[in-house]
Ligand binder design. Structure first.
Ligand code: FAD
Ligand code: NA
Length: 388
């Protein structure tokens, strides 16, 4: 074997391991990805006609309160001072999200104080007080009351899951945050921003080391120098693909949701005046529209055109991109059985979103990769400890 470590998947988890192993330990690393680019789902590129940076797998906003992760990512890119805000079009009217005092007062055509708004929400939620809701619909009503739930959450969630919330488990939501101020900043993290010269420039700097070779359009389950048959057992492997696929679905297929993105270039400067507009009503099939120019107001983008993407959500088949774990009770039982199988494997570590069947934000994928590096990979190569 020509390398010390093989990494399956060039998403943020795999890139972080590759970067640390090559730059800190001086290892020779091969990263393989079946896609034609690095960056996994966080990949972006410039739309050909307009030069506007578009997020190919859905909008990615970087945010973290984790100081180690923040210091780490800043080694590869600077961040703009972008602060994310989301709006929602309900019944022909635009409201701010997350649900806040502004949303409530606009909804009621009122001027409630924070205390009055709290009392009103509590009174509405009282409809199901003292009950223990089993389905998401009742849970939503119990958390924020029927009026706000039905306007902003019910059909949006129904579209996300293509399922009536009455048939979804209450466990999908534990809380529906309502803010009793006019603050509509979307994320609460200490650090937030977008990479100044784009996500792809950031990711390219992570693998900018002659000891890292990247093999694109290369599936780990095909034959070849870095395929499963040639690597597992003879060289340490970090696998960030789907855990069920690795075991040939022996414990059954895990459920995922995917999204379809419909891109359109419009011959106008500005379509919606903000980056993300949600559509929570049942008469519109998509869940939201992204307009990418608004992620970078500091850039000198063309005023002659804008790029939008409509987002549709559905269950993923085996050939679709898996995005969000469905996580039914059945899925959770399968995951436990897959974890037992993972434990029995030697010379291979499983990580990332697909390898752990867990939704990770980018900072979580990076944080989790940094701990796998510190706890497993470094002790193995630097101190001769067993990998697994
Ligand atoms: P991935 O990025 O999925 O990378 C895994 C890679 O493995 C893929 O490139 C895949 O092609 C490759 N692979 C799989 N199987 C094989 C195989 N057999 N052979 C070779 N290669 C293989 N995070 C945020 O912080 N902010 C956001 O706003 C945000 N928005 C998101 C929106 C959407 C629609 C989605 C799906 C995710 C979003 N995320 C966001 C999460 C972010 O995408 C993840 O944190 C990140 O992708 C996790 O990195 P990863 O390396 O674990 O997985
Ligand atoms: Na997102």
């Amino acid at each position: 074997m020509s390398v010390d470590l093989v990494i399956v998947g060039a998403g943020l988890f795999g890139l972080t391991i590759a970067e640390r192993a090559a730059n800190e330990l001086g290892l020779k690393v091969a990263v393989v990805d079946r896609r034609g680019h690095i960056g996994g789902n966080a990949y972006t590129e410039r739309e050909a006609r307009t030069g506007i940076e578009v997020h190919r797998y859905g909008a990615h906003l970087f945010h973290t309160s984790h100081e180690t992760v923040w210091a780490y990512v800043n080694r590869f890119t600077a961040f703009t001072n972008y602060v994310h805000h989301v709006y929602t079009t309900h019944d022909g009217e635009v409201f701010p999200l997350p649900i806040n005092l502004g949303t409530i007062n606009q909804f009621l055509h009122a001027a409630l104080s924070p205390r009055q708004a709290r009392d009103w929400v509590r009174e509405q939620a009282g409809e199901l007080a003292g009950t223990d809701p089993e389905n998401l619909n009742d849970k939503g009503i119990q958390l924020i009351g029927r009026p706000l739930y039905e306007a902003f959450i019910k059909y949006y969630t129904g579209k996300q899951w293509q399922t009536d919330p009455k048939d979804l488990s209450a466990s999908i939501i534990s809380r529906l945050p309502v803010r009793y101020t006019y603050d509509n900043r979307y994320f609460n993290d200490t650090h937030e921003g977008l990479p100044v010269d784009g996500y792809t420039a950031w990711f390219e700097r992570m693998v900018d080391n002659p000891n890292i070779e990247v093999h694109l359009d290369t599936d780990f389950f095909d034959d070849g120098e870095f395929g499963r048959a040639a690597t597992v057992g003879s060289v340490p492997v970090v696998y960030t693909g789907p855990v069920d696929r690795y075991f040939d679905y022996a414990e059954g297929e895990l459920g995922w949701r995917t999204i379809d993105l419909e891109e359109e270039v419009l011959p106008i400067e500005d379509f919606q005046g903000c980056a993300v507009m949600n559509y929570p009503d049942p008469d519109v099939r998509f869940t939201r529209i992204h307009e990418f120019r608004h992620f970078h107001p500091e850039r000198d983008y063309t005023r002659d055109a804008t790029v939008i993407m409509r987002e549709y959500s559905r269950f993923a088949g085996r050939d679709d991109e898996p995005y969000y774990p469905v996580n039914t009770a059945e899925d959770r039982a399968k995951v436990l059985r897959y974890r037992e199988r993972v434990k029995a494997e030697r010379q291979i570590l499983f990580g990332g979103r697909l390898g752990s069947y867990k939704y990770f934000d980018m900072h979580m994928a990076i944080g989790s990769a940094l701990s796998m590096y510190e706890n497993r990979i470094k002790p193995h190569f630097a101190a001769g400890e067993a990998l697994v």
